[in-house]
Each structure stands twice: as C-alpha cells, then as structure tokens.
Design a protein around this ligand. Structure first.
Ligand code: BTN
Length: 243
C-alpha cells in the first residue's frame, strides 16, 4: 500500500485525482496531509481542521464492478469501515448519520467525501476522502462537532487510526467486489442515526416536517415514513435532519 504524506495541500481529494490523471495508481494508494488549505466537504462546503491534530486523507479505490448509479455502495462500505474501526477503539455511542457522517454521542466526528472517477461513462475508481476529528479539542460553538479525544479524553496515534480504517475499508470493499449489496445495506441501515425514531427534518424551502427514517433505497436516497402512512424518498439536497 503506497502512502503519500504531505505537510500541506489544498485538498487530498483534489491532489489524488490529479495524480490519477497523470499516473497509474495502485489500489488503496493513500494521500494524507497534516493540513489542507482548501479542504472540501459535502455539497460544496469547506472542511477545515486544526493542523496536525486530525486525520485528513484520501484513498484511491479501483472500481470495476459498479455501474455509475451504484456509487452509494462505496459510501456504505466507507461508513461501515470507519464505524467498525472506531468501535475497535471503544468510541462510545457511534452511529451513521445519513448519508455518511459518523457521529459519537450525537456529535459529528467524521465526514466523508467520495468522488467518482469516470472514464467512457464507466466508473473506474473512487476517491474516498475522510476527515476524522481525532485530537482536536476545541470546535466552533454551534456546529455540533467533536473528536475522539474530546469524547474519550484519550490522545490517539493518527497513523494507527488511519491504518485501522484502511484495513476495514479493504474488508468492506470486498463486499462491493462480490456485489454483496444486501449485506452492506442491512448492516448500514441497522446503524443509521435516528432510524425508526420520530425525527424533524427541514426542507429546502425552510419548512419543517416530522417523519421516521426507515432506510435507504437502491440509489442511496433516504426513505422516510410520513403522516398517514405515506412513504417518501429524499436526496441530500432536499432535506436536512435536525438533531
Ligand atoms: C463532509 O462535508 O462531511 C465531508 C468532509 C470530507 C473531508 C475530507 S478531509 C480529506 C478529504 N479531502 C478533502 O478535501 N475532503 C475530504
């Protein structure tokens, strides 16, 4: 497994994508940086963390067996890999907040940004970007974020945590290769934050509604049970879970 360690870079995802355009990369090539100057988050947001205290890394995963519209299985596999690695470090009350935030004690400790590499309309690889708050202990007020150290009081070795996550990622990637999608989906849904609990959501237009998360459909959209037994699916751009 090739690991490229950088002091600072704009974004490990961007760096890895550019690298993949210029050379043939080994499966599970990793780019890790002490700090990112333009870290990317989901839906055009930015991801910024304190230098040297957290994990910001990207993994190049070759994909040959997925259609372009099956990308959500990579998201499931990655969430499960991180969840299991953190379980092994005894991080309490873990959950996966749809689509792929990892929470501990209802606070976000990890974000994932997956970008597909498409060639001739086929997915050939995924760039799996992982931002895990590890040893940082102060966060902006009001953003509901935390870290492994803030939650447990323990200082973690960054390399060790990254190694455990990539090991789990290798394990869960095999389920993608085998197209064992049912196994992935069942485990993913069982760990979803606020599954089957009455929850409040906010729509794009600012309206609030109540519903029960039931799971995800084959496109990764969230299935929510609404009033009068109506079931609707939503994508990430449409709703925000309030918690
Ligand atoms: C989110 O918004 O929750 C996703 C955050 C993903 C951040 C990681 S940090 C490493 C990789 N490089 C990036 O620019 N983003 C991802």
């Amino acid at each position: 497994m090739k690991i490229i360690k950088l002091d600072a870079i704009d974004s490990t995802n961007t760096y890895l994508r550019q690298l993949s355009n210029t050379e043939l990369l080994e499966d599970f090539t990793i780019v890790i940086a002490d700090s990112q100057t333009a870290g990317k988050g989901q839906m055009g947001t930015t991801w910024s963390t304190e230098k040297g205290k957290n994990l910001t890394f990207s993994v190049f995963k070759k994909i040959s067996c997925l259609d372009v519209d099956e990308g959500f299985y990579i998201s499931m596999a990655t969430s499960l890999a991180i969840y299991n690695a953190l379980t092994n470090f005894h991080i309490p009350k873990l959950a996966i907040k749809w689509p792929n935030d990892i929470l501990s004690e209802s606070q976000k400790i990890c974000g994932i940004l997956i970008e597909s590499v498409i060639q001739n309309s086929k997915m050939t690889a995924a760039i799996i970007g992982i931002g895990l708050n590890v040893n940082q202990t102060t966060f902006e007020i009001g953003i509901n974020a935390s870290s492994l150290k803030k939650i447990t009081g323990i200082h973690f070795d960054l390399d060790e945590v990254m190694f455990q996550i990539t090991n789990q990622l290798k394990k869960y990637s095999r389920l993608i290769t085998d197209r064992s999608f049912d196994i992935l989906k069942t485990e993913y849904e069982s760990l979803l934050f606020r599954k089957d609990k009455p929850s409040t959501f906010r729509k794009l237009n600012g309206d609030f509604f109540m519903g029960f998360i039931q799971g995800v459909d084959e496109d990764g959209k969230l299935i929510v049970l609404l009033e009068d037994e109506i079931v609707e699916t939503f994508d990430l751009k449409e709703i925000k879970l309030m918690y």
